[in-house]
Design a binder for this molecule. Structure first.
Ligand code: FVH
Length: 301
């Protein structure tokens, strides 16, 4: 295969292909970045067109979609009949735009989201999300498994970047939650981040075990309106949040994120509910009609 883009991630991808004994052709805008890979057996023709035409599978990992388009435009004729797998981070709309542009030019396309860091590529913990035509994924699956467990999510090229960014959003807010909690705990003269985190980790681990059950309730409610079994009094939740906000303020910590949570609970209560459940919280994050419910979901909150 050919790998276009030898930044930190691109080099890890090319290295994984080489490590698996696969013939690997590499190209990077700054050619010097190919040196170590060439020493390991990669072929670096230097010329972008030659790199593209050297392999039926072209893996792209650049800074952003603008760089991808800028790179592929001059050589797109040479891509006809080949497959592009784009592992550059971007939005679903960008993926759809690139997929359409390549499809019109006879190029098969898979979009991908790498759920790993360069050091963990090709290790058991690495996984990569793909979306695009199922037969294209099936045809290249063995090669793609070299990088990490390959998950095909669906035919819409925008699905992999959507899940990728949703997973990153979950992690982002988890880390924000960690920083907020540590700021509160360490506001006390006897509080320390390490000791606090020894309590936080088992607490969050236990809480995270609930997530699959909550997810099932979200799906069941969406499928046929099945009422959730895991419920909690909204007043109790709101009282707890108010205490968290007061404690954060008292500790000199910005409570804005907690206030946003309380505002969502209040909107749920204003919709006529006196009990919390997971589907209501999911609806509470939506800013418009719920696409999973034929555009009628917000009316259900
Ligand atoms: N690194 C990570 O942990 C994350 C893990 C999840 C996925 N991301 C995404 O992967 C894309 C590349 O990330 P990266 O870490 O390899 O980034 P850099 O090391 O900064 O390398 C950037 C490469 O892009 C090339 N490049 C930039 N602009 C252009 C352009 N206009 N034309 C052609 N190439 C361009 C750059 O080339 P050069 O500067 O060496 O000449 C690098 O090859 C990214 O989407 C992450 O979000 C990584």
């Amino acid at each position: 295969m050919s790998v276009l883009g030898l930044g930190t991630m691109g080099r890890a991808l090319a290295d994984a292909f080489l490590g698996a004994g696969r013939r690997t052709v590499v190209w990077n805008r700054t050619a010097a970045r190919a040196r170590a890979l060439v020493a390991r057996g990669a072929v670096a023709p230097g010329d972008l067109g030659a790199a593209v035409e050297a392999s039926p599978l072209v893996v792209v990992c650049l800074l952003d979609y603008a760089a991808v388009r800028e790179t592929l435009e001059p050589v797109v004729d040479g891509l006809r009949g080949r497959t592009v797998v784009n592992l550059t981070n971007g939005t679903p709309a960008e993926a759809a735009g690139l997929a359409g542009w390549l499809r019109e030019r006879g190029v098969a396309y898979l979009d991908g989201g790498v759920m790993a860091i360069p050091a963990t590529i090709a290790t058991p913990g690495a996984f990569v999300l793909y979306s695009g035509p199922v037969e294209v994924f099936a045809g290249w699956r063995a090669e793609l498994e070299t990088l990490g467990t390959a998950h095909h999510l669906g035919t819409d090229p925008g699905l992999a970047p959507l899940y990728d960014l949703a997973l990153l959003s979950g992690a982002q807010l988890m880390f924000e939650g960690f920083y907020l909690a540590v700021a509160m705990a360490t506001a006390h003269p006897e509080g320390d981040a390490t000791g606090f985190t020894e309590l936080l980790v088992p607490w969050l681990t236990g809480m995270s075990a609930l997530l699959p059950f909550l997810a099932k309730e979200v799906d069941a409610e969406a499928a046929d309106g099945t009422p959730p079994a895991i419920v909690q009094d909204l007043d109790v939740q709101a009282a707890g949040l108010r205490n968290m906000i007061r404690a954060a303020r008292g500790a000199g910590v910005d409570p804005t994120d907690l206030e946003n949570s309380l505002a969502r609970l209040r909107r749920i209560a204003a919709g006529g509910h006196d009990e919390w459940n997971a589907p209501l919280s999911v609806h509470g994050f939506r800013t418009g009609p719920d696409p999973a419910r034929g555009g009628t979901g917000t009316a259900r909150t």
